[in-house]
Write a protein that binds this ligand. Structure first.
Ligand code: SF4
Length: 480
């Protein structure tokens, strides 16, 4: 299989360079052209740093080919999006077991699952079980947010065993790694942790570089109801306040880009000022930071570093579409990674639902990556069941958006389910359900008198009665 895959990569590159040369030198002999094609392909195939760099050089990498296959898209079309920065393929060169996924609004909406240890929860085996379940349930990305214990051991385990895209937030890890007070961590040490995560094979990193001194000043002038709710944002803001220094992730941004370029780490530009309640949505701090993120996106692209931009947060339903449009404009089409948005603040215990509502709307209007939210949000670290509930809710939101935005083939699943429903084919309905076991358990918990219907309507089953009447049968209901 691997041999076949390499051949296909070779084929696509050869085809592209043949075309490139053919158009440049129409009068050259065929054999000379082929020779140059071969030489050119060998040269360029080896010489690229990031997926974006490769795409800009016209190279179809094996990761791009795999993503095109998963997306049912022509590799050349996808290459164009990656070259422009409108789609990304996070794939650290050291994460060799990765099955890559693409992220971009023209692709299927992807979901991310947050996991990791905390001071109150240090069970690595439990976290690995959540990872396995998440991958089995179709999560394309895992973010390791560990902030306590053996963080590097867990991170390396992920990048050596897990095929999903792996993301981290180095700022959390720095506090654990250096074992010293926040104020004592130097700018150089913050950057060193970014390098360490890159070397460990992490595919994307959330870097809170948008909250610079200018944004912090605006934040302090324009009061908020819930201040800064981003964990990383609050850490770096506190560090800036205590040291009086500029945000090192902003000040040494070029150095971070060099690290990302070397390992092909995708920058996930963190939104320290994402609104933490409906009242703070779309306020000055959020928009000020977004403008900075737009500038930082351009600077990353100048170094061929792949970028996505993180977004809200808590947000009233009627503001979501406009926020997606603003981000797409300011960040020039870079993929948008949203954390929710949660469309109401009053539902602790049900925030997987409030986030799924917002996520479906966000993805319909431009977001391409949804960070899952579990029922445990705002309450505690999620357990295995919370993780499952969060994933299902996010997958539903992503799928609903894919149908709405017309992703090729997205509705086929729904049509197959509806066909099974029309036939009252219960086994097929279970097989097609997003959570087959739950569907099976529900039906089994209230068996109907008539096997082909369900206990909701029994004899009054509209589906059954319509099938029968259209087949020319008598439908009596009363005495059946
Ligand atoms: S009994 Fe009612 S709910 Fe159940 S399958 Fe028939 S129409 Fe649907």
């Amino acid at each position: 299989m691997a041999y076949l895959f390499e051949f296909r990569v070779f084929f696509w590159n050869s085809y592209l360079f043949y075309r490139m040369f053919f158009y440049k030198a129409k009068d050259a002999s065929r054999s000379a052209r082929l020779l140059v094609v071969f030489y050119y392909r060998m040269e360029t195939f080896m010489e690229y740093t990031t997926q974006m760099d490769a795409a800009r050089k016209g190279i179809i990498t094996k990761e791009l080919l795999r993503v095109a296959e998963k997306e049912n898209m022509e590799p050349e079309e996808l290459r164009g999006y990656v070259a422009e920065g409108k789609a990304i393929i996070p794939a650290n060169k050291k994460h060799t077991c990765i099955d890559p996924s693409g992220i971009g609004s023209m692709l299927k909406t992807k979901i991310n699952v947050n996991l990791g240890t905390s001071r109150d929860w240090t069970d690595l085996d439990m976290e690995m079980e959540k990872v396995k379940n998440a991958v089995d349930m179709g999560a394309e990305a895992i973010m390791d947010l560990s902030s306590f214990g053996k963080t590097q051991e867990f991170r390396r385990k992920l990048t050596s065993e897990c095929p999903a895209v792996i993301g981290t937030v180095p700022i959390y890890d720095a506090v654990v790694y250096y074992h010293k007070a926040l104020k004592e961590i130097t700018a150089k040490e913050w950057i060193d942790v970014v390098r360490m995560h890159a070397e460990d094979g992490v595919d994307f990193m959330t870097i809170h570089c948008g909250i610079n001194k200018e944004t912090a000043k605006r934040f302090k002038t324009n009061k908020r109801l819930t201040n800064i709710v981003s964990r990383g944002g609050s850490i770096i803001f506190a560090w800036m306040e205590m040291t009086g220094e500029e945000n090192p992730f902003y000040e040494y941004y070029d150095e971070i880009l060099d690290i990302c370029r070397e390992y092909d780490v995708t920058m996930s530009l963190g939104d320290a000022c994402r609104p933490g309640c409906l009242k703070d949505a779309s306020d000055i701090s959020q928009i000020q930071e977004l403008i900075t993120l737009g500038e930082l996106t351009t600077r990353a692209w100048e170094k061929d570093v792949q970028v996505m931009v993180e977004g809200p947060g808590h947000m009233p339903l009627d503001q979501i579409a406009a926020n997606m449009k603003i981000q797409q404009t300011i960040c020039k089409g870079a993929p948008f990674y949203v954390l929710g948005p949660l469309v109401t603040d009053i539902a602790p215990g049900y925030d997987h639902i409030t986030a799924a509502i917002g996520g479906a709307i966000a993805a319909t209007y431009g977001a391409s990556f949804l960070c899952y939210v579990t029922p445990a949000e705002h309450l505690r670290l999620p357990d295995v069941n919370d993780v499952k509930e969060g994933i299902i809710a996010s997958k539903i939101a992503a799928h609903a958006a894919d149908i709405a935005k017309g992703i090729k083939g997205a509705r086929d699943w729904d049509d197959a389910m509806s066909t099974a429903r029309k036939k009252l084919d219960w086994e097929e309905m279970f097989n097609l359900a997003i959570d087959p076991q739950k569907a099976r358990d529900y039906r089994a918990s209230a068996k109907p008198e008539k096997e082909d219907t369900c206990s909701m309507c029994g004899n009054f089953c509209a589906v059954k009665n319509m099938n029968r009447i259209l087949d020319g049968e008598i439908v009596s209901i009363y005495d059946e």
